[in-house]
Design a protein. Structure first.
Length: 423
Protein backbone atom coordinates (compact mmCIF):
# COMPACT_ATOMS: atom_id res chain seq x y z
CA UNK A 1 0.00 0.00 0.00
CA UNK A 2 2.81 2.40 0.93
CA UNK A 3 6.17 3.00 -0.69
CA UNK A 4 7.98 0.94 1.88
CA UNK A 5 9.71 -0.97 -0.90
CA UNK A 6 11.60 2.25 -1.65
CA UNK A 7 12.66 2.47 1.98
CA UNK A 8 16.19 3.67 1.17
CA UNK A 9 14.82 6.87 -0.38
CA UNK A 10 12.43 7.36 2.54
CA UNK A 11 15.21 6.80 5.04
CA UNK A 12 17.44 9.28 3.19
CA UNK A 13 14.65 11.84 3.41
CA UNK A 14 14.25 11.28 7.14
CA UNK A 15 17.99 11.47 7.86
CA UNK A 16 18.45 14.54 5.72
CA UNK A 17 17.91 16.57 8.85
CA UNK A 18 18.84 14.23 11.66
CA UNK A 19 18.37 16.70 14.49
CA UNK A 20 14.87 17.60 13.34
CA UNK A 21 13.90 13.93 13.00
CA UNK A 22 15.31 13.04 16.42
CA UNK A 23 13.56 15.90 18.17
CA UNK A 24 10.31 15.14 16.37
CA UNK A 25 10.46 11.41 17.01
CA UNK A 26 11.22 12.01 20.67
CA UNK A 27 7.61 13.04 21.25
CA UNK A 28 6.35 9.66 20.01
CA UNK A 29 9.14 7.86 21.87
CA UNK A 30 8.20 9.58 25.12
CA UNK A 31 4.47 9.05 24.60
CA UNK A 32 4.82 5.28 24.09
CA UNK A 33 7.36 5.05 26.91
CA UNK A 34 5.00 6.80 29.34
CA UNK A 35 2.05 4.68 28.21
CA UNK A 36 3.90 1.39 28.68
CA UNK A 37 5.37 2.31 32.07
CA UNK A 38 2.06 3.66 33.39
CA UNK A 39 0.21 0.53 32.27
CA UNK A 40 2.87 -1.70 33.85
CA UNK A 41 2.80 0.19 37.16
CA UNK A 42 -1.00 0.21 37.11
CA UNK A 43 -1.04 -3.55 36.57
CA UNK A 44 1.38 -4.00 39.48
CA UNK A 45 -0.81 -1.93 41.80
CA UNK A 46 -3.99 -3.68 40.66
CA UNK A 47 -2.39 -7.12 41.01
CA UNK A 48 -1.11 -6.29 44.49
CA UNK A 49 -4.52 -5.14 45.70
CA UNK A 50 -6.26 -8.16 44.18
CA UNK A 51 -3.76 -10.52 45.79
CA UNK A 52 -4.68 -9.10 49.20
CA UNK A 53 -8.33 -9.96 48.61
CA UNK A 54 -7.83 -13.32 46.92
CA UNK A 55 -9.27 -16.16 48.94
CA UNK A 56 -12.09 -14.08 50.41
CA UNK A 57 -15.52 -14.71 48.92
CA UNK A 58 -16.47 -11.59 46.97
CA UNK A 59 -20.15 -12.58 46.96
CA UNK A 60 -20.49 -12.74 50.75
CA UNK A 61 -22.50 -10.70 53.22
CA UNK A 62 -22.59 -10.63 57.02
CA UNK A 63 -25.32 -10.07 59.58
CA UNK A 64 -25.46 -9.01 63.22
CA UNK A 65 -28.16 -7.75 65.56
CA UNK A 66 -29.03 -4.38 67.06
CA UNK A 67 -31.92 -2.84 68.97
CA UNK A 68 -35.24 -2.81 67.13
CA UNK A 69 -36.16 0.50 65.59
CA UNK A 70 -39.92 -0.08 65.42
CA UNK A 71 -42.59 -1.38 67.81
CA UNK A 72 -44.16 -4.58 66.43
CA UNK A 73 -46.62 -7.27 67.61
CA UNK A 74 -46.74 -5.94 71.14
CA UNK A 75 -42.97 -5.58 71.45
CA UNK A 76 -41.67 -2.16 72.30
CA UNK A 77 -39.19 -0.17 70.25
CA UNK A 78 -35.57 -0.59 71.32
CA UNK A 79 -35.81 -4.31 72.17
CA UNK A 80 -32.60 -6.36 72.19
CA UNK A 81 -32.71 -9.71 70.41
CA UNK A 82 -30.27 -12.47 69.32
CA UNK A 83 -29.98 -14.79 66.37
CA UNK A 84 -30.16 -18.49 67.29
CA UNK A 85 -29.67 -21.98 65.87
CA UNK A 86 -33.24 -22.14 64.58
CA UNK A 87 -32.45 -19.26 62.24
CA UNK A 88 -29.88 -21.44 60.48
CA UNK A 89 -32.54 -24.06 59.75
CA UNK A 90 -34.99 -21.44 58.48
CA UNK A 91 -32.41 -19.80 56.22
CA UNK A 92 -31.42 -23.14 54.70
CA UNK A 93 -35.08 -23.98 54.08
CA UNK A 94 -36.32 -20.64 52.76
CA UNK A 95 -33.42 -18.69 51.30
CA UNK A 96 -33.09 -19.66 47.64
CA UNK A 97 -29.98 -17.56 47.02
CA UNK A 98 -27.74 -18.75 49.89
CA UNK A 99 -24.94 -21.22 49.09
CA UNK A 100 -22.67 -21.27 52.17
CA UNK A 101 -23.68 -20.24 55.65
CA UNK A 102 -21.65 -20.08 58.85
CA UNK A 103 -22.66 -18.74 62.26
CA UNK A 104 -19.86 -17.20 64.31
CA UNK A 105 -19.25 -16.91 68.04
CA UNK A 106 -16.51 -14.66 69.37
CA UNK A 107 -14.58 -15.21 72.57
CA UNK A 108 -11.18 -15.01 74.20
CA UNK A 109 -9.45 -11.77 74.91
CA UNK A 110 -8.28 -12.77 78.40
CA UNK A 111 -4.70 -12.34 79.55
CA UNK A 112 -2.67 -15.45 78.59
CA UNK A 113 -5.91 -17.28 77.82
CA UNK A 114 -4.29 -19.87 75.49
CA UNK A 115 -1.76 -22.17 77.16
CA UNK A 116 0.48 -25.07 76.16
CA UNK A 117 2.66 -26.25 79.04
CA UNK A 118 4.88 -23.36 80.07
CA UNK A 119 4.03 -21.27 77.03
CA UNK A 120 1.01 -19.03 76.73
CA UNK A 121 -0.44 -16.10 74.84
CA UNK A 122 -3.48 -13.86 74.60
CA UNK A 123 -5.50 -14.75 71.54
CA UNK A 124 -9.01 -14.44 70.13
CA UNK A 125 -11.42 -17.34 69.98
CA UNK A 126 -13.88 -17.98 67.17
CA UNK A 127 -16.57 -20.65 66.88
CA UNK A 128 -17.47 -21.45 63.26
CA UNK A 129 -18.99 -23.96 60.84
CA UNK A 130 -16.91 -25.78 58.19
CA UNK A 131 -18.55 -23.52 55.56
CA UNK A 132 -16.64 -20.61 57.08
CA UNK A 133 -13.52 -21.79 55.26
CA UNK A 134 -15.39 -21.45 51.96
CA UNK A 135 -15.95 -17.80 52.79
CA UNK A 136 -12.47 -17.08 54.19
CA UNK A 137 -10.16 -19.53 52.45
CA UNK A 138 -7.00 -20.53 54.30
CA UNK A 139 -3.59 -22.01 53.61
CA UNK A 140 -3.41 -25.27 55.54
CA UNK A 141 0.08 -25.47 57.01
CA UNK A 142 -0.60 -28.69 58.90
CA UNK A 143 -3.51 -31.03 59.56
CA UNK A 144 -7.05 -30.36 58.36
CA UNK A 145 -10.05 -28.07 58.59
CA UNK A 146 -13.33 -28.75 60.39
CA UNK A 147 -15.98 -31.12 59.04
CA UNK A 148 -19.65 -31.90 59.78
CA UNK A 149 -18.69 -34.68 62.22
CA UNK A 150 -16.85 -32.14 64.38
CA UNK A 151 -20.06 -30.10 64.55
CA UNK A 152 -22.47 -32.98 65.10
CA UNK A 153 -20.39 -34.69 67.79
CA UNK A 154 -19.38 -31.50 69.63
CA UNK A 155 -15.72 -32.46 69.29
CA UNK A 156 -13.23 -30.57 71.43
CA UNK A 157 -10.84 -29.88 68.61
CA UNK A 158 -9.32 -26.64 67.42
CA UNK A 159 -7.46 -25.07 64.52
CA UNK A 160 -4.81 -22.51 65.39
CA UNK A 161 -3.35 -19.64 63.43
CA UNK A 162 0.32 -19.54 62.49
CA UNK A 163 1.20 -16.97 65.16
CA UNK A 164 -0.50 -19.07 67.85
CA UNK A 165 1.53 -22.09 66.74
CA UNK A 166 4.80 -20.14 66.81
CA UNK A 167 4.06 -18.93 70.34
CA UNK A 168 2.92 -22.22 71.88
CA UNK A 169 5.21 -24.71 70.15
CA UNK A 170 8.89 -25.15 69.40
CA UNK A 171 10.05 -24.52 65.82
CA UNK A 172 9.43 -27.61 63.67
CA UNK A 173 7.42 -29.22 66.48
CA UNK A 174 4.40 -31.16 65.29
CA UNK A 175 1.31 -29.67 66.99
CA UNK A 176 -1.21 -32.15 65.60
CA UNK A 177 -2.84 -34.25 68.29
CA UNK A 178 -1.46 -32.05 71.09
CA UNK A 179 -3.82 -30.47 73.62
CA UNK A 180 -3.85 -26.77 74.44
CA UNK A 181 -5.90 -25.02 77.11
CA UNK A 182 -8.22 -22.30 75.83
CA UNK A 183 -10.05 -20.23 78.45
CA UNK A 184 -9.59 -23.08 80.91
CA UNK A 185 -10.80 -25.90 78.62
CA UNK A 186 -8.57 -28.34 76.74
CA UNK A 187 -8.87 -28.74 72.97
CA UNK A 188 -6.94 -31.02 70.63
CA UNK A 189 -5.10 -29.28 67.78
CA UNK A 190 -6.12 -30.70 64.38
CA UNK A 191 -4.79 -27.98 62.07
CA UNK A 192 -2.58 -24.94 61.60
CA UNK A 193 -3.54 -22.25 59.10
CA UNK A 194 -2.66 -18.84 57.75
CA UNK A 195 -4.94 -16.68 55.58
CA UNK A 196 -4.94 -16.47 51.81
CA UNK A 197 -6.46 -13.01 52.02
CA UNK A 198 -5.55 -9.94 54.05
CA UNK A 199 -9.28 -9.47 54.65
CA UNK A 200 -10.71 -11.19 57.72
CA UNK A 201 -13.94 -10.88 59.67
CA UNK A 202 -13.52 -10.84 63.44
CA UNK A 203 -9.78 -10.41 63.80
CA UNK A 204 -6.45 -11.61 62.51
CA UNK A 205 -6.62 -15.29 61.49
CA UNK A 206 -3.01 -15.97 62.50
CA UNK A 207 -3.67 -14.90 66.09
CA UNK A 208 -6.99 -16.77 66.46
CA UNK A 209 -8.01 -20.18 67.80
CA UNK A 210 -10.91 -21.70 65.84
CA UNK A 211 -13.35 -24.12 67.51
CA UNK A 212 -16.38 -25.96 66.07
CA UNK A 213 -19.41 -23.72 66.54
CA UNK A 214 -21.52 -26.31 68.36
CA UNK A 215 -18.63 -27.14 70.71
CA UNK A 216 -18.09 -23.50 71.59
CA UNK A 217 -21.78 -22.99 72.35
CA UNK A 218 -21.81 -25.95 74.73
CA UNK A 219 -18.34 -25.57 76.27
CA UNK A 220 -18.73 -21.88 77.11
CA UNK A 221 -22.43 -21.88 78.01
CA UNK A 222 -23.57 -19.77 75.07
CA UNK A 223 -26.91 -21.58 74.74
CA UNK A 224 -28.08 -21.33 71.14
CA UNK A 225 -26.89 -17.76 70.65
CA UNK A 226 -25.25 -16.58 67.41
CA UNK A 227 -23.08 -13.44 67.48
CA UNK A 228 -22.54 -13.10 63.77
CA UNK A 229 -23.76 -14.75 60.57
CA UNK A 230 -21.88 -15.12 57.30
CA UNK A 231 -23.47 -16.13 53.98
CA UNK A 232 -22.47 -16.35 50.33
CA UNK A 233 -24.64 -16.20 47.23
CA UNK A 234 -25.22 -19.07 44.85
CA UNK A 235 -23.87 -18.61 41.32
CA UNK A 236 -26.17 -16.32 39.39
CA UNK A 237 -27.40 -14.46 42.47
CA UNK A 238 -26.02 -11.09 43.60
CA UNK A 239 -25.15 -10.76 47.27
CA UNK A 240 -27.81 -8.06 47.59
CA UNK A 241 -30.48 -10.75 47.07
CA UNK A 242 -28.97 -12.80 49.90
CA UNK A 243 -28.99 -9.70 52.05
CA UNK A 244 -32.70 -9.08 51.42
CA UNK A 245 -33.75 -12.73 51.81
CA UNK A 246 -31.87 -13.36 55.06
CA UNK A 247 -33.06 -10.10 56.60
CA UNK A 248 -36.69 -10.95 55.77
CA UNK A 249 -36.35 -14.43 57.28
CA UNK A 250 -34.72 -13.14 60.47
CA UNK A 251 -37.32 -10.39 60.93
CA UNK A 252 -40.21 -12.80 60.49
CA UNK A 253 -38.68 -15.33 62.89
CA UNK A 254 -38.11 -12.77 65.66
CA UNK A 255 -41.27 -10.64 65.31
CA UNK A 256 -39.45 -7.63 63.93
CA UNK A 257 -41.28 -5.11 61.76
CA UNK A 258 -40.57 -5.72 58.03
CA UNK A 259 -39.73 -2.03 57.58
CA UNK A 260 -37.34 -1.92 60.57
CA UNK A 261 -33.95 -0.91 59.16
CA UNK A 262 -32.10 -0.93 62.50
CA UNK A 263 -32.76 -4.34 64.04
CA UNK A 264 -30.80 -6.44 61.51
CA UNK A 265 -27.49 -4.93 60.54
CA UNK A 266 -25.50 -6.17 57.57
CA UNK A 267 -22.69 -5.33 55.23
CA UNK A 268 -22.22 -6.56 51.71
CA UNK A 269 -18.67 -7.46 50.65
CA UNK A 270 -19.76 -7.57 47.02
CA UNK A 271 -20.39 -3.82 47.15
CA UNK A 272 -16.89 -3.25 48.53
CA UNK A 273 -15.34 -5.35 45.78
CA UNK A 274 -17.38 -3.44 43.20
CA UNK A 275 -16.01 -0.19 44.59
CA UNK A 276 -12.46 -1.49 44.16
CA UNK A 277 -13.32 -2.69 40.66
CA UNK A 278 -14.62 0.77 39.75
CA UNK A 279 -11.48 2.29 41.26
CA UNK A 280 -9.23 0.08 39.13
CA UNK A 281 -11.30 0.88 36.03
CA UNK A 282 -10.89 4.58 36.76
CA UNK A 283 -7.13 4.15 37.19
CA UNK A 284 -6.93 2.28 33.85
CA UNK A 285 -8.86 5.03 32.09
CA UNK A 286 -6.65 7.72 33.64
CA UNK A 287 -3.51 5.85 32.61
CA UNK A 288 -4.66 5.60 28.99
CA UNK A 289 -5.71 9.27 28.95
CA UNK A 290 -2.31 10.42 30.25
CA UNK A 291 -0.36 8.02 28.03
CA UNK A 292 -2.34 8.74 24.87
CA UNK A 293 -2.17 12.47 25.66
CA UNK A 294 1.62 12.30 25.73
CA UNK A 295 1.56 10.27 22.50
CA UNK A 296 -0.83 12.74 20.87
CA UNK A 297 1.63 15.57 21.49
CA UNK A 298 4.23 13.50 19.67
CA UNK A 299 1.85 12.93 16.77
CA UNK A 300 1.26 16.68 16.49
CA UNK A 301 5.03 17.20 16.41
CA UNK A 302 5.50 14.70 13.59
CA UNK A 303 2.56 16.16 11.69
CA UNK A 304 4.06 19.64 11.97
CA UNK A 305 7.49 18.51 10.81
CA UNK A 306 5.91 16.71 7.86
CA UNK A 307 4.07 19.93 6.94
CA UNK A 308 7.41 21.73 6.99
CA UNK A 309 8.89 18.96 4.85
CA UNK A 310 6.06 19.29 2.33
CA UNK A 311 6.63 23.05 2.22
CA UNK A 312 10.36 22.58 1.64
CA UNK A 313 9.70 20.01 -1.11
CA UNK A 314 6.99 22.00 -2.87
CA UNK A 315 9.11 22.36 -6.02
CA UNK A 316 9.96 18.63 -6.04
CA UNK A 317 6.31 17.66 -5.60
CA UNK A 318 5.27 20.08 -8.38
CA UNK A 319 7.82 18.62 -10.78
CA UNK A 320 6.63 15.09 -10.04
CA UNK A 321 3.03 16.16 -10.57
CA UNK A 322 4.01 17.80 -13.88
CA UNK A 323 5.75 14.61 -14.97
CA UNK A 324 2.54 12.68 -14.41
CA UNK A 325 2.86 11.34 -10.88
CA UNK A 326 -0.52 10.20 -9.60
CA UNK A 327 -1.95 11.88 -6.46
CA UNK A 328 -1.97 8.47 -4.74
CA UNK A 329 1.79 8.21 -5.31
CA UNK A 330 2.40 11.54 -3.60
CA UNK A 331 0.12 10.57 -0.69
CA UNK A 332 1.85 7.20 -0.30
CA UNK A 333 5.26 8.83 -0.13
CA UNK A 334 4.24 11.33 2.59
CA UNK A 335 2.39 8.69 4.61
CA UNK A 336 5.29 6.25 4.26
CA UNK A 337 7.77 8.80 5.61
CA UNK A 338 5.48 9.63 8.52
CA UNK A 339 4.82 5.95 9.22
CA UNK A 340 8.52 5.04 9.21
CA UNK A 341 9.49 7.94 11.49
CA UNK A 342 6.67 7.17 13.92
CA UNK A 343 7.30 3.42 13.87
CA UNK A 344 11.00 3.75 14.57
CA UNK A 345 10.47 6.22 17.43
CA UNK A 346 7.51 4.23 18.79
CA UNK A 347 9.30 0.87 18.71
CA UNK A 348 12.30 2.34 20.50
CA UNK A 349 9.96 3.79 23.13
CA UNK A 350 8.14 0.46 23.48
CA UNK A 351 11.35 -1.53 23.88
CA UNK A 352 12.78 1.01 26.29
CA UNK A 353 9.59 0.96 28.38
CA UNK A 354 9.55 -2.83 28.52
CA UNK A 355 13.21 -2.73 29.52
CA UNK A 356 12.50 -0.33 32.39
CA UNK A 357 9.66 -2.57 33.62
CA UNK A 358 11.92 -5.61 33.40
CA UNK A 359 14.58 -3.88 35.49
CA UNK A 360 11.98 -3.00 38.13
CA UNK A 361 10.58 -6.54 38.00
CA UNK A 362 14.03 -8.05 38.44
CA UNK A 363 14.82 -5.70 41.32
CA UNK A 364 11.59 -6.54 43.15
CA UNK A 365 11.78 -10.30 42.63
CA UNK A 366 15.43 -10.42 43.73
CA UNK A 367 14.61 -8.92 47.11
CA UNK A 368 14.74 -11.37 50.06
CA UNK A 369 11.57 -13.43 50.02
CA UNK A 370 9.15 -13.11 52.90
CA UNK A 371 6.51 -15.58 53.91
CA UNK A 372 3.39 -14.75 51.95
CA UNK A 373 0.59 -13.64 54.14
CA UNK A 374 2.80 -12.05 56.82
CA UNK A 375 2.29 -8.55 55.51
CA UNK A 376 -0.05 -7.01 52.95
CA UNK A 377 1.56 -6.56 49.56
CA UNK A 378 0.04 -3.56 47.81
CA UNK A 379 2.31 -3.64 44.76
CA UNK A 380 3.41 -6.56 42.61
CA UNK A 381 6.25 -6.39 40.08
CA UNK A 382 4.93 -4.28 37.17
CA UNK A 383 4.12 -6.08 33.93
CA UNK A 384 2.55 -5.51 30.53
CA UNK A 385 0.45 -8.23 28.94
CA UNK A 386 1.06 -9.52 25.41
CA UNK A 387 -2.29 -8.05 24.36
CA UNK A 388 -1.23 -4.62 25.60
CA UNK A 389 2.06 -4.85 23.70
CA UNK A 390 0.18 -5.71 20.48
CA UNK A 391 -2.24 -2.86 21.15
CA UNK A 392 0.74 -0.51 21.55
CA UNK A 393 2.11 -1.60 18.17
CA UNK A 394 -1.27 -0.96 16.56
CA UNK A 395 -1.40 2.47 18.20
CA UNK A 396 2.06 3.25 16.83
CA UNK A 397 0.99 2.37 13.28
CA UNK A 398 -2.25 4.33 13.55
CA UNK A 399 -0.33 7.28 14.98
CA UNK A 400 2.00 7.27 11.98
CA UNK A 401 -0.91 7.33 9.58
CA UNK A 402 -2.70 10.08 11.49
CA UNK A 403 0.49 12.18 11.69
CA UNK A 404 0.99 11.98 7.93
CA UNK A 405 -2.62 12.50 6.90
CA UNK A 406 -2.70 16.32 7.02
CA UNK A 407 0.69 16.79 5.33
CA UNK A 408 -0.42 14.35 2.61
CA UNK A 409 -3.58 16.36 1.99
CA UNK A 410 -1.44 19.50 1.91
CA UNK A 411 0.80 17.90 -0.71
CA UNK A 412 -2.21 17.08 -2.89
CA UNK A 413 -3.19 20.74 -3.00
CA UNK A 414 0.17 21.70 -4.53
CA UNK A 415 -0.37 22.75 -8.16
CA UNK A 416 2.38 21.83 -10.58
CA UNK A 417 2.68 25.25 -12.26
CA UNK A 418 2.77 27.11 -8.93
CA UNK A 419 5.30 24.72 -7.51
CA UNK A 420 7.64 25.10 -10.46
CA UNK A 421 7.49 28.90 -10.13
CA UNK A 422 8.12 28.67 -6.34
CA UNK A 423 11.57 29.76 -5.20
Amino acid sequence: MFDLDNWQEIWATITRNKLRSILTGFGVFWGILMLVILIGVGNGFKGGMESNFSGFASNSCFFFTDRTGEAHKGYRKGRWWNMNNRDLVLIREKAQSVEYISPILFGGGGDRNVVNGQKSGSYGLRGIYPDHFEIEKQHILAGRLFNTIDIENYRKVCIIGKEVYETLFQPEEDPLGKYIRVNGIYFQVVGVIRPKSQVSIGGDVESTVFIPFSTMQRAFNQGDKIHFLACTAKPGYPASVVEDEVKAILKAAHDIAPNDEKAVRSFNIEKQFQMFSNLFSGIDILIWIVGLGALFSGIIGISNIMLVTVKERTREIGVRRALGAKPSTIVKQILSESLMLTTIAGMIGLMFGLGVLEIIHTGMTSMPATDAGDEPNFFLPPFVSFTTAIASLIIIVISGLVAGLMPAMRALRVKAIDAIRDE
